[in-house]
Design a protein around this ligand. Structure first.
Ligand code: SAM
Length: 466
């Protein structure tokens, strides 16, 4: 029997689907219940009804799951950042492990593999070393803001996007994933911008000045980089803001302005430094890394050390191996493993990251690493055809889209003894593994929780040539 949009149904949430949505059944029909935690008995309101499934939202919790906890954040379920703050951490870890197992079975055809329990994050809150906030002229009003006819300025917001509403921004005073100083800087920049009538960018009309506020904090030194992304250059405004930030926050050691006049939502642009060096130094284990406003760096520093530790363990190095690190960024994995291999090559397509990787190698007195600027698939196409011996171990850490199909093919042709595949998207990882397992056996699978309270999963797989 089809459910009708708007009706409420009583049901029990029995499991969770990708993106952290609860799953229930009503009359044999699968119902995805937003806000439902496995074990909850709820009254759910139907939002959409299809032939095979329905989507609903929790209207009332009749009997809470024993694993339900009180979310700490007042924006929970409005902001798209966290989906799991209402579930205890143990359940989150189990869910992530189960997701990897399900995706590997469904997409990768790997039904008989053992997935290790998810490695928990050392910090459950305030773990993010980088936050990207958005300015908007179309503010998403919370229930409280609608009820209180008070001072909320409907034409200004600095915060995070509301899910599925690219034009609406939720104004955020405190984010529990960010560090405390990050939230304080957000609130101060908001005051400065509003006090001086700097206009937020309007995504629909394509007008306004302020686009994004990117804040990076070094876990190692606690120093802070602030990057204001704007549609145009306004030297006097930036000089004023830099003075304001540096005088109020001694942790702010560098202030950058990225100018991006396009409609693109990416928080990068032509960079100009207004204070400091434009970079930060961060450490993972014994290795120091210099990073900048728009270079990639693992967003949870303490957990990155565990992630790299898993990569090291899975690579099983004796000191004599040659290593190829594809998608190497500023040299993260390459430099972490450098003292355990004879020779390492890192490949990365962002020119500035490659320059920083070389500088990072020099700053750590590492002499056995070479960094090449190239598209990973193009590099592999050329290398796989050469007659020289293949590297012993290849580490791979691509963006969410996973590996290019060409790259998977040339990796098979190259035939290294061992591959360690790090992924922030187990669905594309499973797709790539389906092909790789033609010649490689899956040895170990280790989910690592880099992002507590969100549905994001980091996963490492060790593969051995058959
Ligand atoms: C997930 S990050 C991994 C970085 C690094 N392994 C680390 O731990 O810091 C992916 C990196 O791949 C780079 N990248 C994206 N597409 C690429 C491509 N087609 N070829 C080479 N590098 C690419 C990005 O610039 C980014 O630095």
């Amino acid at each position: 029997m089809k459910l009708v949009k708007g009706e409420t149904v009583e049901t029990e949430v029995t499991s969770a689907a990708y993106e952290g949505v609860g799953v229930a059944r009503v009359n044999e029909l699968v119902v995805f219940v937003r806000g439902g935690v496995p074990g909850d008995r709820v009254l759910a309101r139907i939002l959409r009804s299809k032939k095979r499934y329905a989507e609903a939202v929790v209207e009332q919790i009749l009997q809470p799951s024993p694993q339900r906890v009180e979310p700490v954040c007042s924006y929970f379920q409005i902001c798209g950042g966290c989906t799991w703050q209402n579930a205890d951490y143990e359940l989150q870890l189990q869910f992530k492990r189960q997701q990897v197992a399900d995706l590997f079975c469904r997409i990768g055809g790997l039904s008989d593999v053992q997935v290790n329990p998810t490695l928990p994050s050392p910090k459950l809150y305030h773990y993010r070393n980088k936050m990207e906030f958005t300015f908007g002229s179309r503010r998403w009003l919370t229930r409280e803001e609608i009820a209180d006819p008070g001072p909320a300025n409907k034409e200004f917001a600095l915060g995070l996007h509301v899910p599925q509403r690219f034009d609406k921004v939720l104004d955020i005073e405190r984010c529990h994933l960010a560090t405390l100083v990050t939230s304080e800087i957000v609130n101060h920049v908001r005051r400065v911008a509003q006090g001086n009538d700097w206009a937020p960018y309007d995504t629909i009309k394509h007008e306004g000045y302020l686009k994004n506020l990117v804040i990076r904090v070094s876990e190692f030194s606690q120093q802070v980089l602030v990057n204001l992304v704007t549609t145009e250059r306004h030297t006097s405004r930036m000089e004023f803001l830099a003075r304001e930030l540096v005088s109020r926050f001694p942790q702010v050691t560098t202030v950058v302005n990225s100018v991006n006049a396009s409609r693109s939502p990416v928080a990068t642009g032509e960079e100009e430094i207004y204070y400091g060096s434009g970079s930060l130094v961060e450490k993972i284990g014994p290795v120091a890394y210099t990073l900048e406003a728009s270079t990639f760096f693992q967003p949870n520093t303490l957990q990155a050390e565990r992630l790299y530790g898993v990569v090291r363990d899975f690579a099983r190095l004796s000191g004599r191996e040659t290593l190829l690190d594809l998608y190497c960024g500023i040299g993260g994995i390459t430099l972490f493993l450098a003292d355990q291999v004879a020779q390492a090559i890192g490949v990365e397509n962002q020119a500035r990251s490659v320059e920083l990787a070389r500088q990072n190698a020099a700053a750590n007195s590492t002499e056995n690493c070479e960094f090449l600027e190239s598209d990973a698939a193009a590099y592999m196409r050329e290398t796989a055809g050469r007659s020289s011996p293949p590297p012993d171990v290849v580490t791979i850490d691509p963006p969410r889209v996973g590996m290019h199909p060409d790259l998977v093919e040339s990796l098979l042709r190259l035939g290294p003894r061992r591959i360690v595949y790090v992924s922030c998207n187990p669905a594309t990882q499973a797709r790539d593994l389906e092909v790789l397992t033609g010649q490689y056996a899956v040895e170990k699978i280790q989910p690592v929780d880099m992002f507590p309270h969100t549905y994001h999963i980091e996963n490492v797989v060790a593969l051995e040539r058959r």
